[in-house]
Write a protein that binds this ligand. Structure first.
Ligand SMILES: Nc1ncnc2c1ncn2[C@@H]1O[C@H](COP(=O)(O)OP(=O)(O)O)[C@@H](O)[C@H]1O
Ligand SMILES: N[C@@H](CCOP(=O)(O)O)C(=O)O
Length: 321
């Protein structure tokens, strides 16, 4: 359960007095997620999500995230909407943390995505990329290639305790990716964490996207590569090309890839596998004492990275001549 910061009922009542969502009926910490503290609130006006922003979220970035959710919703993307206080602000402070309330989205995430789910997420990602155009605020991706070496430095000394030889593998990857990272591909607003737990379905239909707290400006195809990693591998570690093909074809149907994007896909997929391997590794080695959180397993991303190192062209993901 990701609850790093406890909130007392008294503190919460005082916080809610600024909002027009009725009296609090019940609240509880949410069992999923690893980044922020989330609570489900039941008030006289319905259900809401209260988020207290933790470690990786910088206070200065919050206007970007909140503004982005408003921008995307105004362009037809189903995503949580920040709820404003009586004073018209969406961001407050609770238990010493920046905090905001967002609308509750109906739906459930899938644990074992099907090819149809992958197609739905490919289409939704392309629509998100198109809807992000025109959003005025900018946020650089702190977790792109320039951010990986500092993460490695924080974990290097203990990496081999997780998987023997891991420090060497990461060092090799960093050298290769830093030297060859693509430039000049189409960029824009990306979600940057569109994993199955952040996509809701109702009756088999994609019903909403959540968790925009890694969103930033970066290469659009990099976002696609994150989804290939998160959606198209089987639990035994094998890449499922049928799912890859479904995701990529559905994306293309909305926003066609350039040839350069297709050619860059294998490198981008290696990069996004390394990015999640590194954050998982750092978190795995540094669970805060007393925090209610189950860190994600970095070994899953070691296996994915090893697969990408064998890929010779985007055909291995289900696209390209
Ligand atoms: N707007 C929302 N509507 C419904 N459920 C939500 C919403 N936001 C978060 N949740 C629930 O809370 C969980 C954790 O949220 P998430 O944003 O992924 O946390 P984190 O910021 O820690 O990554 C989600 O998996 C989902 O179950
Ligand atoms: N998706 C990341 C972890 C952060 O996302 P959350 O939505 O699970 O909090 C990963 O799988 O490493």
């Amino acid at each position: 359960m990701a609850v790093y910061t406890d909130v007392s009922p008294e503190e919460l009542e005082a916080f809610l007095a600024h909002y027009v969502i009725g009296r609090l009926r019940a609240f509880k910490g949410i069992a999923e997620g690893v980044e922020n503290s989330n609570y489900l609130l039941q008030t006289e006006a319905g259900s809401f999500i209260l988020t207290l922003y933790e470690k990786r979220v910088k206070r200065d970035d919050l206007p970007f995230f909140i503004g982005l959710m408003e921008h995307l919703a105004s362009r037809g993307i189903a995503c949580p909407q920040p709820v404003k206080t009586r004073e018209g602000v969406a961001l407050g402070e609770l238990a010493g943390r920046p905090a905001a309330i967002a609308t509750f989205l109906i739906g459930t995430s899938v644990r074992r995505p099907t090819a149809a789910n992958c197609a739905a997420v490919g289409e939704a990602l392309a629509r998100l990329h198109e809807a992000g155009a025109g959003f005025a605020l900018k946020r650089a991706n702190a977790l792109s290639v320039a951010g990986w070496r500092p993460l490695f430095a924080a974990a290097q000394g203990r990496a081999d305790t997780v998987v023997p030889g891991l420090a060497g593998l990461i060092a090799d990857e960093l050298d290769a990716l830093e030297a060859n990272w693509p430039e000049g591909l189409p960029d824009g607003v990306i979600h940057a964490d569109l994993f199955p737990d952040n996509v809701f379905f109702t009756d088999e239909k994609l019903s909403g996207l959540i968790d925009f707290y890694f969103a930033c400006n970066d290469l659009l195809a990099y976002d696609v590569s994150i989804c290939l990693n998160a959606w198209c591998f089987e639990p035994d570690g094998a890449f499922n090309i049928t799912k890859g093909r479904a995701l990529l074809a559905a994306y293309q149907a909305v926003r066609p890839f350039s040839e350069a994007e297709i050619a860059a896909l294998p490198l981008l997929a290696r990069g996004s596998a390394l990015r999640f391997l590194l954050t998982r590794l750092v978190d795995w080695l540094n669970v805060p004492p007393g925090a209610l959180v189950r860190p994600h397993d970095p070994k899953e991303y070691v296996r994915k990275l090893r697969f990408h190192r064998t890929v010779t062209s985007a055909r291995d993901y289900g696209i390209g001549a």
